[in-house]
Design a protein around this ligand. Structure first.
Ligand SMILES: Cc1cc2nc3c(=O)[nH]c(=O)nc-3n(C[C@H](O)[C@H](O)[C@H](O)COP(=O)(O)O)c2cc1C
Length: 176
């Protein structure tokens, strides 16, 4: 798939996945795409747990009983390290976001879908409960979860404002 086609095709999918499995080889390549993302001062603060054990996936689905998690064939959890990397400044959110976007694009290129689960991890202790399931050490934080599979239904594509409302050349014009 062409690079710009991949960017345009990526979308957050929130319904059920079909039965298509995800191989460990693909999961590894997708995580490698995350590892290759930029990070502040190249401190590489995000770590990843790729989940393909159905029992572990079922435990995650108990904590997050939404269609994607209940039918995911795999998942990748992006784990943040909040330590400061430039003087006293932490960049863990940006580092995780860069890694996750790379992984979402890689998944799209392989024909899989996912959804960036971040907001939903921040309530009802969801992030902490998933950290317990995955045996993530204290001091690290479950930041983003990507349930993975092939869509069982066609998903609506989210829209974007046109270029002129989002961007301009040389000086600010009338964005948003
Ligand atoms: C920082 C961040 C947090 C997000 N958290 C959630 C979430 O908790 N649950 C969810 O369904 N989608 C979440 N999303 C996905 C956005 O809702 C989605 O990217 C946006 O609606 C645009 O749709 P698209 O990704 O399909 O283009 C999050 C996205 C970002 C960048």
């Amino acid at each position: 798939m062409d690079f710009f086609e991949t960017i345009a095709k990526r979308t957050c999918y929130r319904s059920e996945f079909n039965d298509t499995p995800v191989s460990r080889e693909i999961l590894k390549k997708v995580v490698e795409a995350g590892i290759l993302a930029p990070s502040a001062c190249n401190q590489q603060t995000p770590s990843f747990v790729a989940v393909d054990d159905p029992e572990v996936l079922a435990k995650i689905a108990e904590v997050l009983p939404i269609p994607t998690c209940k039918t995911a064939k795999a998942a990748i959890v992006c784990v943040a390290d909040e330590r400061p990397v430039f003087n006293d400044i932490s960049f863990y959110k940006e580092d995780c976001a860069a890694a996750v976007e790379n992984m979402l694009l890689a998944l799209t290129a392989f024909g899989y879908s996912s959804v960036w689960l971040d907001g939903v991890l921040r309530r009802d202790q969801v992030a902490r409960r998933i950290a317990e399931i995955l045996k993530i050490p204290t001091g690290k934080r479950v930041q983003i979860l990507l349930p993975i599979g092939v869509p069982a239904v066609e998903a609506p594509k989210s829209g974007r404002l046109p270029f002129e409302k989002r961007a301009s050349f040389n000086v600010w014009e009338n964005q948003q």
